[in-house]
Design a protein around this ligand. Structure first.
Ligand code: F6P
Ligand code: MN
Length: 280
């Protein structure tokens, strides 16, 4: 696992340099989820593939930017699913973006997940790596330094409600309105990594990306986005559900499958469960 941790750190430093250029280049291609790929997306994907190729313990990788999983080392035991540059359409407006990694033993699948990690490229580059604990690291003078362990409180103050509001279910809208009526404050940048990072570091709240009339299976991808954050939130003392079930009990069919998702502290997620049990 140490060599994977090191490879992620090296990738993160190289990705930071790739972001810090004038021309991030729109390509003509679309990824498997139908989003326009930036040359930057492809470049970040290549950086991670290059670094992971050097790690003999990695068996197979799957990337949000690739159609199929790829075998790296027949004798390796780890399977890693990653989103090389989540929120990449926010780079040109200089908002924070991130990389997300889910690490599995022997095969992909929530039961096999052994660690998860994300990197935030913001005013500072930070990394959260979760195995038995969720630990925060800061990139300083070329090295990632341990900062602290992250723990969520029971109840937070922040609300990050994703999805097109006109396509929300009525009960979902009433639930979100209810949280705001209780004093929650809106924090939504449109980048999953910084939005979830903010809730984790500011003690709690709720990030939601529900099923909507136009996206009945939600938007966010199970392997590349949803499962890694579910793992991290649960290790940090929070909850992660799809409305009714723990996200870490879900399967996946295709590697690019999506799921509705709710991540937060215990108080808010309990409310989501109650509302969805009554209505969905
Ligand atoms: O990768 C998908 C993503 O960009 C996430 O980073 C983010 O949380 C979400 O989409 C935002 O979606 P929307 O623009 O629909 O709110
Ligand atoms: Mn993404």
């Amino acid at each position: 696992m140490r060599d994977i941790f090191d490879a992620i750190q090296t990738s993160a430093k190289r990705i930071k340099d790739a972001i810090d250029v004038k021309d991030i280049g729109y390509s003509q291609q679309e990824n498997s989820s139908g989003e326009t790929q930036l040359e930057l997306d492809i470049k970040c994907d290549m950086i991670i593939e290059e670094e992971f190729s050097k790690v003999a313990s990695i068996h197979t990788i799957a990337s949000e930017e690739k159609q199929h999983a790829e075998l790296l080392h027949e004798d390796g035991k780890y399977f890693i699913a990653y989103d090389p540059l989540d929120g990449s359409s926010l780079v040109d407006v200089n908002l924070s973006v991130g990389s997300i990694f889910g690490i599995y033993e022997n095969d992909f699948g929530t039961k096999n997940m052994v660690a998860a990690c994300y990197v935030v490229y913001g005013p500072r580059v930070e990394m959260v790596f979760a195995q038995n604990k969720a630990k925060l690291y800061l990139l300083q003078a070329g090295d990632f330094e341990f900062v602290k362990e992250i723990r969520l409180t029971e109840k937070g103050k922040l609300m990050a409600p994703g999805g097109t509001q006109q396509n929300w279910e009525k009960y979902h809208k009433e639930m979100i309105d209810g949280f705001f009526a209780e004093g929650y404050r809106l924090r939504y940048s449109g980048g999953m990594v910084p939005d979830l990072h903010q809730i984790l570091l500011k003690g709690g709240g709720l990030f939601s990306y529900p099923a909507t009339s136009d996206k009945p299976e939600g938007k966010l991808r199970r392997l590349f986005e949803v499962f890694p954050f579910a793992f991290i939130y649960k290790i940090a003392g929070g909850e992660a559900i799809n409305g009714s079930d723990d996200l870490m009990t879900l399967g996946h069919g295709h590697i690019h499958d999506t799921s509705p998702c709710f991540f937060g502290s215990k108080y808010e997620v309990k409310r989501v469960k109650e509302v969805y049990a009554k209505n969905a």
